[in-house]
Design a binder for this molecule. Sequence first.
Ligand SMILES: Cc1ncc(COP(=O)(O)O)c(C=O)c1O
Length: 395
Amino acid sequence: MDFEDYVKKDSQFYMHTYARLPVLFVKGKGCTLWDIDGKSYLDFVSGLGVASIGHCHPVIVEAVKKQVEELMHVSNLFYTIPQVELAEKLIDVSFGDKCFFANSGAEANEGVVKLARKYSKTFLGEDKYEIITALRSFHGRTMKMLAATGQPEKQKPFEPMPIGFKHVPLNDLDVLKEAITDKTCAIMLEPIQGEGGVYPCGLEYLQGVRNFCNEEGLLLILDEVQTGIGRTGKMFAYEHYGIEPDIMSLAKGLGGGVPIGAIIARDEVAKAFEPGDHGSTFGGGPVACAAAFAALKVIEDEELVKNSYQMGNLIEEKLQELSKSFPIKDLRGKGLMIGIELEGEMAKEIVSKCLNEGLIINNIGKKIIRFLPPLCITEEDVNKAINIFKGALLN
Ligand SMILES: Cc1ncc(COP(=O)(O)O)c(C=O)c1O
């Protein structure tokens, strides 16, 4: 079977929810992927922010192998060592006191919303359920997370939406304050909007939101599914803002390539969940937890958060230079979460040209290019990627 045969079978047997690019990957190592014909690619998207420590890191491979041989699954009615160890580790590196494990970002966010509602209804009043999110936000593809996502065009085909979410423009504190009602229980934001086009919360804005939540007794929820685990040059993006949320969701880079999501909360909030309130058959399973524990160890041992910060600065410098002679309208993001807004509608074409030259980047709509490289990229990788990107801008 060759590439064409697999494409034919894919089109016959797999639902067409993705506009696929014409490559079939069979192998990954570090920042490199190989296609079915043996061509290599420098990965500057990490499978959408997942392969943060690089593809098939030997420490993860070993941890998964060992766990698979020992214990693959037991129900959450029992204790397991990998789950306890990962929980302790995540609490150690974050603001939180308690965590819960899910299987994906959307599923973690579902749990986050349930926790915010249960806490507010229990301690603040039965009618407090509404959550304010931002326009252009992205929180996942389940029905409730689609309702939380501030992109009406994504909701339209699936209406009616579940109730309980209201959307406001990002970075306008006055409008946010006006949107609050007696029913509001929380404000939920991505510190940097990812899928919406790499739009960061302003420093004063997020600090203002934190203060406002304190004054009004509202919960601040940060969706760090994309920004978390070193992506932005800090372990968590909230650290850039000198604030802490009450609840946070994680996924993507958490598992070193293995699916896992997490909810992290302060004790006072977490205590709202009682046995029977929330659960997941697979969430917090031994293999995913062992992988995530190993991934966090790699991030520490290889100082990948520092590398994310340094390589992020290097890329920004080089893009600033490029923007002097190419039609780049805006550069946004932090660390290794980078958005490049182009003057013209050529983002897709540039992604395609780069792919031909062996560089994987991503477009958001017609004008925005996104880089989300593994946190372990080197200066040599950056130079190579920028050269290919420059070449694509040139012709
Ligand atoms: C900020 C944010 N939240 C939630 C999600 C949904 O995560 P998942 O695709 O793992 O459900 C994403 C995915 O891109 C995301 O970027």
